[in-house]
Structures are given as structure tokens and as C-alpha cells.
Ligand binder design. Structure first.
Ligand code: CP
Length: 296
């Protein structure tokens, strides 16, 4: 059984297959295609130890559209609260013979560890600051739907990159597909990297095709690096004044801190693809479930 822990678990060919399926599923969402219930004999469990609006709901919609049954284990009410280990939790869920377990955890590496103990597919829905593979897949899909080929396109990833699993997964995936990634952040939000970096978005805004803003992940900070998020926003909020009339598209994985990550006016601008990303998340997760528990 194949698991999805990181974006590099899939080859470029497998990702292109996923995008082909996602396009068919997206057409179905628009009412043109009836979804085949190809997962109607399958069971998918979600196990989220961190909050989620988009990822959890879209996995549920994706699984239901393909006919799978969903079981949601409320992590706070699970027997981990009585001292059961995560591995024992996964092994016990696995003993009920589900086909996939979708896991989100605040600690990097948890999905990888669990995948060593289950016969069902482990799908990483975000682990600490490590990886969020389905988010990166839906981000790349959104870019490919907009640009066609993304090779040679430039993207600025802006914000709390060091603590961002979304940035990690996107850096791996987007560079593999030929994009140039520029990291824009204050020094304490920049990871060690061989990529080009700057502290000033204005320096590179005329070069880029895409700006991906990230949420400042205060839950992963050991100390507050800015006096307030407002101070951070004065340097790094993506505003209409900053973007002007440039032909640039704006992405954000959500949840957005309005007027800290991106200003209200730009969130309402047609160049902002944030809700398109969310819509694409359902089709991508349908295609990922198909790939992992139907095709393989
Ligand atoms: N992008 C993302 O992971 O959003 P949620 O935390 O709401 O799932």
C-alpha cells in the first residue's frame, strides 16, 4: 500500500495523472459529469489532532463524492487522552480494516511513523512544520490551470516560511516542476536554504508571476518575534498598493489573517485565487484518494 507523506512520494508522471483525474472531477463539480462511485466499498478515517476547516472538510466531500464511507475520530475524545500511544491508536484503527487514514498532527514526522505500522494508506493532512502534500498539490494544480505550463514561472513565497509545512511542500513540488521560488521574509522567518531570499517584496515584485502569502504561525513560535502582528503586517501584508496593476496572481493556503497577510481589497480582487484553491482542493483530494486506494 502506498502512503502520501510528502510531495516527493509521487513522481511527476503520477502527479500529472492526479491532475488529469482532478480536471475530470472538477468538471463533475460543475454539473457536467456524474461522479462514478469508484470508492463505494472503501472506508476512510480522519484523525486530526490540530484544527482544520479546509483540509478535513474537503477530504470528507472528496471521499463522499466517490462513494466512500467516512469515519471521523475526534482526537480530543480518543483514547490518546487516556494515555494510548499514537502508534497503538493507528494500529487499532488499522485493525478495523479501513482503506485510508488521513492524519493531521502538530508534530513533524507522525504520519511517517504511523505508516510503518499500518496496512491502510496513511495520508498526511499536515504534520508540524514538515509537510502538507495535498495543499501543495492543489496549489500547483491551481497554477497549472491558470498558466498551463508553469516551467520558468517565478513565485514569491512570503511570510513565516520557517514554520510552514505548506512552504516546505511547495518548495519541493514547484521547483521540481521548473518554477523559480524566491523566499521573502524577515530574517527570523527564513529557513536555511539555497534558494534566493530577500527581506523586501518590493525588490522582486516586478519579476514574479505569483505571490503566495502564508499565515504567521504563532502556535509554532517559541517567542513572539514581532511586537505584534500589526508590526509584521506593515512590512509583509500583500496590499493593492503594493501589487498595483501588475499581472500577478495571489495565493494563500488559508486560514488568512485579513489585513495582516493580505488586505481586504486584494482578497476581493479577481487576481486573488484563494477560494479557487479551496475549490480545487476537493478535486485534488478526490484524485489522491483514487490514486491511493483505488488505482494501486
Ligand atoms: N490550508 C489548510 O490546511 O487549511 P486548514 O487548516 O483549514 O485545513
Amino acid at each position: 500500500m502506498k502512503h502520501l507523506i510528502r510531495t516527493d512520494d509521487f513522481t511527476i508522471e503520477e502527479i500529472e495523472d492526479i491532475f488529469t483525474d482532478a480536471r475530470k472531477f472538477a468538471a463533475g463539480e460543475n454539473g457536467n459529469v456524474k461522479f462514478d462511485r469508484i470508492l463505494q466499498d472503501k472506508i476512510v478515517i480522519t484523525l486530526f489532532f490540530e484544527n482544520s476547516t479546509r483540509t478535513k472538510s474537503s477530504f470528507e466531500i472528496a471521499a463522499k463524492r466517490l462513494g466512500a464511507e467516512m469515519v471521523h475520530l475526534d482526537a480530543a475524545k480518543s483514547s490518546t487522552a487516556k494515555g494510548e500511544t499514537l502508534v497503538d491508536t493507528a494500529m487499532n484503527l488499522d485493525a478495523m480494516n479501513p482503506h485510508a487514514i488521513v492524519v493531521r498532527h502538530q508534530n513533524s514526522g507522525v504520519p511517517q511513523i504511523l505508516s510503518n505500522h499500518t496496512k491502510s494508506a496513511i495520508i498526511n493532512a499536515g504534520d508540524g512544520a514538515h509537510a502538507h502534500p495535498t495543499q501543495a498539490l492543489l496549489d500547483l494544480f491551481t497554477l497549472k490551470e491558470h498558466f498551463g505550463d508553469v516551467k520558468g514561472r517565478k513565485i514569491a513565497i512570503v511570510g513565516d516560511i520557517k514554520n510552514s509545512r505548506v512552504a516546505n511542500s511547495n518548495i519541493e513540488l514547484l521547483t521540481r516542476f521548473g518554477m523559480e521560488v524566491i523566499l521573502v521574509a524577515p530574517p527570523h522567518f527564513l529557513p536555511k536554504t539555497t534558494l534566493r531570499t530577500t527581506h523586501f517584496l518590493k525588490e522582486i515584485i516586478d519579476e514574479v508571476d505569483v505571490i503566495m502569502s502564508l499565515r504567521t504561525q504563532t502556535e509554532r513560535h517559541s517567542s513572539q518575534s514581532y511586537a505584534s502582528l500589526k508590526d509584521y503586517a506593515s512590512d509583509f501584508c500583500i496590499t493593492t498598493e503594493l501589487v498595483g496593476d501588475r499581472d500577478i496572481i495571489i495565493l494563500h493556503p488559508g486560514p488568512v489573517h485579513r489585513n495582516i497577510d493580505i488586505c481586504d481589497a486584494l482578497l476581493a480582487d479577481e487576481r486573488c485565487k484563494v477560494l479557487e484553491q479551496v475549490t480545487n482542493g476537493v478535486s485534488i483530494r478526490m484524485a489522491v484518494l483514487k490514486k491511493l486506494i483505488h488505482d494501486i
